[in-house]
Ligand binder design. Structure first.
Ligand SMILES: Nc1ncnc2c1ncn2[C@@H]1O[C@H](COP(=O)(O)OP(=O)(O)OP(=O)(O)O)[C@@H](O)[C@H]1O
Length: 346
């Protein structure tokens, strides 16, 4: 519900403050912003030059005085001031000028420390929030993917973002078992850079590596080999060069990070109480997050666990949609917080 105060509006906002992408959900409107979590800054004047997509285009292409920064790493804030400024920009862009301080729900990976949680709350408060609540990413992802988390049924969510993979078993609205690892889409990009450097003596940038991953990257062999030509710098001559990379190269390159993700799923399954494990076996594993779009990951998970793995309908938006839906219960959250129930939120 939007509260009208004079000519200004009080809005409630849900933010998926991701390592790779930030999404903003405004109550009553849905997702209104989806931008890369990147800002470009003039180092001498400390002035913002670009934020979001415009700044992402500058990654790896900036002259000496300009830096393009991703202020979140591995799912948590690594540069506090920049995060605060970026968040402020995204919230203002989402709400327009005529807004009063919004109530904000932000999601965080399930394994974050109290200090990391505090940093998110402070950045959001400084960015103009009236009050900030936190929600754990797997809970938000499950709600966003349409799971009724209040049922006494076990659901397994594997949320693979840019910086973190959160594996969680949820039942009766809470997390029963979980594991958060700092291996996700970004690690896959780094693994590709390393592989291309070793095999082809060629240096490629972050963006080319992500392009390779999205286009021909796979966790399970394709029926038909795929190829992509990629440009980089020859490490021996220092000159530009082109190489044709295959999907088998990608399979090799991604073996390590993908194995770590599968092992995290295994480990959570081993710790899951038998009744809930039986539910998961019947319902399957639900995959969310952009990293879950890696081709063949569902097949691999199915092969390694014996449980079917299914991609959510909107994998990249699930967390933001879930965060947004939880805005519906913000009044309840406020009440429950004063009652001291701060285990799931904040
Ligand atoms: N089609 C695709 N195939 C493989 N990976 C993809 C695809 N589309 C996006 N990704 C990857 O998904 C990742 C970003 O996912 P997402 O937006 O869910 O993460 P995030 O919420 O920003 O990160 P985190 O939750 O770790 O903070 C990036 O590493 C991106 O390269």
């Amino acid at each position: 519900m939007k509260e009208v105060v004079g000519l200004a509006f009080r809005a409630d906002v849900g933010v998926d403050l991701g390592t790779a992408t930030t999404l903003v959900y405004v109550k009553g409107k849905g997702i209104v912003l989806q931008e890369p979590s990147v800002i470009a800054l003039d180092q001498y004047t400390n002035k913002f030059l670009a934020v979001g997509e415009d700044a992402r285009k500058m990654l790896g292409r900036t002259p000496g005085n300009i830096v393009a920064i991703r202020p979140l790493k591995d799912g948590v804030i690594s540069d506090y001031n920049i995060t605060e400024r970026m968040l402020k920009y995204f919230i203002q862009k989402s709400l327009g000028r005529m807004f009063l301080k919004p109530r904000v729900i932000i999601c965080v990976p399930s394994g974050v420390t109290e200090v990391e949680k505090r940093a998110v709350i402070e950045a959001s408060d400084e960015a103009g929030a009236l009050k900030t609540y936190l929600i754990e990413e797997p809970i938000a992802a499950a709600i966003g993917a349409g799971v009724d988390i209040t049922e006494p049924n076990g659901n397994m969510i594997v949320d693979i973002g840019g910086g973190t993979t959160d594996v969680a078993v949820i039942s009766l609205g809470g997390i029963v078992v979980s594991r958060s690892i700092k291996v996700a889409g970004d690690e896959c990009d780094e693994a590709i850079i390393k592989y291309i450097r070793k095999k082809y003596n060629m240096m490629i940038g972050e963006r080319s590596s992500e392009d390779l991953k999205v286009s021909i990257g796979c966790a399970y062999p394709f029926e038909e080999e795929k190829y992509m030509e990629i440009k980089g710098r020859n490490l021996l001559t220092g000159l530009p060069m082109n190489v044709e990379v295959s999907s088998t190269d990608m399979l090799e390159a991604l073996r390590e990070p993908v194995t770590e993700i599968v092992e995290a799923v295994h480990e959570v399954l081993e710790r899951t109480p038998p009744e809930l494990a039986a539910d998961i076996s019947n319902r399957g594993i639900l995959m969310t997050g952009g990293g879950a779009l890696l081709k063949g990951l569902d097949k691999l998970l199915n092969e390694k666990t014996g449980i079917s793995a299914n991609l959510a309908k909107n994998p990249i938006e699930s967390v933001a949609i879930g965060t947004g839906k939880s805005l519906e219960s913000i009044e309840f959250l406020e009440k429950s917080m004063t009652q001291g129930d701060q285990s799931r939120y904040r």
